[in-house]
Design a binder for this molecule. Structure first.
Ligand SMILES: [Mg+2]
Length: 162
């Protein structure tokens, strides 16, 4: 279990100290989409999404979406916000993260994966051996199959001491 312990936990993506990460040599930030940088099932970025991406970009880091969305939704969203994307990432498989790192010219020593779901985002990040940051969901509205996992995630979070 401890091999899946996230490297950090923050209440909000916007509160992550990206400047500290940049200073440590991190150059690439992979974002989950739903409830990490926008509300669940978004096609359109909200101002929060733009704020997060601008924060990262201004520090000279590159962003990429890594989403499990089973449609062209992540492509539509990514194009609107102006960053590259990997769709059908199949997290908790690490393959979407590997694909993103290859596309970006990144490696596991300079890459961060950020997401709101332990069983997809975090496990995929740990398997890819990148720095992994777990965040609380952007808002409470979400599809039932995600909502069902939240009580167990709460317990896991407490076990990890976050
Ligand atoms: Mg999510």
């Amino acid at each position: 279990m401890n091999k899946y312990r996230p490297d950090a936990f923050y209440s909000k993506t916007i509160e992550i100290p990206f400047a500290d990460y940049a200073a440590k040599g991190y150059r690439f930030v992979l974002f989950d989409l739903d409830n990490t940088i926008a509300p669940d099932h978004s096609y359109d970025p909200v101002s929060y999404s733009f704020d997060v991406i601008r924060l990262v970009t201004d520090l000279g880091m590159k962003s990429c979406l890594v989403s499990n969305a089973k449609s062209n939704r992540s492509e539509i969203f990514a194009k609107k916000i102006g960053i590259p994307y990997v769709s059908y990432a199949a997290k908790p498989s690490p393959k979407g993260i590997y694909r993103a790192m290859k596309d970006l010219g990144a490696d596991n020593t300079n890459t961060i994966m950020i997401g709101d779901q332990f069983f997809t985002d975090i496990i995929a990040g740990k398997r890819a051996n990148v720095h992994t940051i777990w965040v609380k969901p952007y808002d409470k509205r979400e599809v039932f199959y995600v909502r069902m996992k939240r009580p167990l995630e709460y317990i896991i979070r407490k076990l990890f001491g976050f």
